[in-house]
Each structure stands twice: as structure tokens, then as C-alpha cells.
Design a protein around this ligand. Structure first.
Ligand code: THU
Length: 160
């Protein structure tokens, strides 16, 4: 038997086409790229999220001279959310970047490790997290749930 999985997402020509709250979040994600610590890759990533209580929090990538120690913007944000607002679901997270070595005109998508972390954040809060994927300019992708990016995923239920 063959199974097929479909990925549902929305795509917009630019952030101008987004609803107000999403547009604001994209602006915050783009602005916070300036606070990234990315002296090795020169790839400055910013994430901004709105929690279910309306609070906005942010994250940026934090690199290290010992390269594998570096952490992505998304996981920095998730850690902040879990510590500062324990148990609070994230409604929407916007992710943007500023590539100092090249273009920043297409959406980026979270790396595999971040997808796993995003999925578990959804599991532990019991709520889907919308994702908005952007660059400094250009098209914008919106997903209704982070787990859409990690089909057939591993999770805590597998450890039972
Ligand atoms: N990075 C993120 O912070 N988020 C992503 O979604 C993709 C990659 C960071 C990791 C590293 O500091 C730099 O971007 C280049 O890979």
C-alpha cells in the first residue's frame, strides 16, 4: 500500500498582503535580525512570535567559535517563551534573515533540529503554532502548524 502526504501552505507575493497582526510580526522578525550574533556565517536570523496572551517575544541566532555550539533563532525564542511564559502556547512565529554575504529575498524554512523543537513545543502546549517564513523582501509562506514541516515525526509518545 502506498500512502501520500500533502503539505498545505499559503504563499503571498510580499508581506504587504498579510493580515495586520502577521505583517507586524514579520516587521519585528526582520528588525531583530540586527541583534543576531552571527560573526561566522554572516547569516543573521530573527524570529518574532506572538503568544496566546498577546505578548510578543523574539529570538536571534547565537553562534560560537566552536561552531556546533551555535543555536538557531527559533530555538532561542522557544527557550525564552518556556522560561518567561511557562506553558503558554505560541500563536504565530515569524522567521526572517539578513544574509550579509548575499541575497535575502526569499523565505527560509527552519532547519531539521528546529523542526523537532517546534513540534515538541506544540505537543507540550497542546496548540498549533502558525509559522510565517520570510526574507527581508519577497514572497512569504504561511503554515497553520509547525508540525507540517516534520511529517512522520518522532516524539515523546514513542518513548512509552
Ligand atoms: N539559522 C537559524 O538561526 N535559523 C534557521 O532557520 C536557519 C539557520 C542560523 C544557524 C547559523 O547561525 C546560521 O543561521 C547559518 O546557518
Amino acid at each position: 500500500m502506498k500512502e501520500e502526504l500533502k503539505l498545505a501552505y499559503e504563499i503571498f507575493d510580499s508581506s504587504e498582503a498579510l493580515q495586520e497582526e502577521d505583517k507586524k510580526l514579520v516587521e519585528e522578525a526582520r528588525a531583530i535580525t540586527a541583534n543576531a550574533y552571527a560573526p561566522y556565517s554572516n547569516f543573521f536570523v530573527g524570529a518574532a512570535a506572538i503568544l496566546s496572551n498577546g505578548q510578543i517575544i523574539k529570538g536571534t541566532n547565537q553562534e560560537n567559535a566552536s561552531y556546533p555550539v551555535g543555536t538557531c533563532a527559533e530555538r532561542v525564542l522557544l527557550g525564552t517563551a518556556a522560561v518567561m511564559y511557562r506553558g503558554m502556547p505560541i500563536k504565530t512565529m515569524a522567521i526572517s534573515y539578513d544574509n550579509k554575504n548575499g541575497e535575502s529575498n526569499h523565505p527560509i524554512s527552519p532547519c531539521g533540529m528546529c523542526r523537532q523543537a517546534l513540534k515538541e513545543f506544540e505537543d507540550r502546549t497542546g496548540k498549533p503554532m502558525r509559522l510565517i517564513l520570510t526574507g527581508k523582501t519577497g514572497k512569504v509562506i504561511v503554515l497553520d502548524k509547525a508540525v507540517f514541516l516534520l511529517p512522520l515525526s518522532f516524539g515523546s509518545s514513542d518513548l512509552k
